[in-house]
Design a protein around this ligand. Structure first.
Ligand SMILES: C[S@@+](CC[C@H](N)C(=O)[O-])C[C@H]1O[C@@H](n2cnc3c(N)ncnc32)[C@H](O)[C@@H]1O
Length: 329
């Protein structure tokens, strides 16, 4: 069962579009984007209904590619008629860079972790098992953006379910379509089929304990979180003392929080808050150097690749979840 988080304010009235002042080519582009996204929405619905056997492709793709820049180059039959084998094109999912984590998004969330139906996200891995044996998500990418981290982590942890949580609607839809396309392209791959990665739209600052049981997660990633530079906006940062207590609740003992950012001030903020929290302990640079997830996190995310292109710095810090004081001797 899920409930919608729209309790506080009435939804904003949509702005009347002023067609007279909008250039014609902009209107055409908007229509194209809308048509593309509507078609993809139908594809998603169809896949959900027909899972675990997704519908046959409507055309054949020539190659599998896991980066959006490569996918942008894959030609489709026509601009706004996508097919399931084609990796989605980012330009059809444009959305404002920032989303206010305190505003009233219409978000669906389960009333408790047990009422969440994970089979809609991982049909291949959950449909075949009975309820008691169902696999649980173990790795969470918080604010997953366009999903690059999960796509590289997936094959490294084929036995674990990996979940991206993203607050922006169209970015979440892009990741969903990207995963569906990869699953279709790798359907007959005997080794790996991208069926252990999934995404949900959610506000990680509000409802994590609704999705995850106590001590469920082994790893949580915070890659290039929004910096919220101004001091009065610091409360919107995704690492705060209160939120760390929630992250500690869903992480198992020995579980890891991974952080990376190109903003040194935010790095210092995250390190200070994590160091001050009694349930976390920083891992050494030697530990970071031997951990394969650190390397993936450093290279795989879209934001990290942008930093690389702009020759920026990347600051990494990893922390281990300590035992609860009650569990210590
Ligand atoms: C700068 S982007 C980084 C994306 C990705 N991790 C990467 O490295 O490419 C930060 C992302 O976090 C998402 N985000 C911000 N606050 C969030 C929240 N409270 N819950 C879930 N996602 C959030 C944003 O929408 C955005 O996509």
């Amino acid at each position: 069962m899920s409930v919608a988080d729209n309790s506080q304010k009435p939804p904003h009235k949509p702005q009347a579009s002023n067609n007279k002042s909008t250039p014609k080519h902009n209107r055409n582009a908007d229509t194209k984007r809308k048509l593309y996204r509507e078609t993809m929405e139908n594809v998603r619905k169809q896949v959900r209904i027909e899972s675990p056997t997704p519908p046959p492709p409507t055309a054949t793709a020539t190659t599998a590619a896991s980066s959006p820049s490569q996918s942008d180059n894959i030609a489709s039959t026509t601009e706004s008629t996508p097919d399931l084998m084609e990796l989605p094109r980012k330009r059809f999912y444009r959305q404002r860079a920032h989303s206010n984590p305190f505003s009233d998004h219409r978000l669906d969330y389960p009333t408790s972790p047990d009422s969440m139906d994970w089979s809609t996200i991982y049909p291949a891995l959950t449909n075949t098992q009975d309820n008691n044996e169902k696999k649980k998500v173990e790795i969470a990418d918080i604010g997953c953006g366009f999903g690059g981290l999960m796509i590289d982590l997936g094959p490294q942890f084929p036995q674990s379910l990996i979940l991206g949580m993203e607050i922006r609607v169209q970015v979440t839809q892009y990741v969903e379509d990207r995963i569906l396309a990869l699953q279709k392209l790798h359907e007959s791959d005997p080794v790996y089929k991208y069926d252990n990665i999934g995404v949900i739209r959610g506000n990680a600052m509000k409802f994590l304990p609704n999705f995850f049981h106590k001590s469920q997660l082994a790893k949580m990633f915070f890659c290039f979180p929004d910096p919220h530079f101004k001091q009065r906006k610091h409360k919107a940062r995704i690492i705060t003392h209160t939120l760390l207590s929630e992250y500690a609740y869903v992480l198992k003992e020995g579980g890891i929080i991974y952080t990376i950012t190109d903003v040194e001030d935010l790095h210092n903020w995250m390190v200070t808050h994590l160091e001050q929290h009694p349930l976390f302990e920083r891992l050494s640079k030697e530990w970071e150097a031997q951990d394969k997830c650190v390397e993936i996190m450093y290279n795989a995310t879209e934001e990290g690749q942008k930093v690389e292109r702009n020759k920026g710095s990347k600051f990494v810090a990893c922390f281990k979840r300590l035992p609860n004081p009650d569990d210590c001797e």
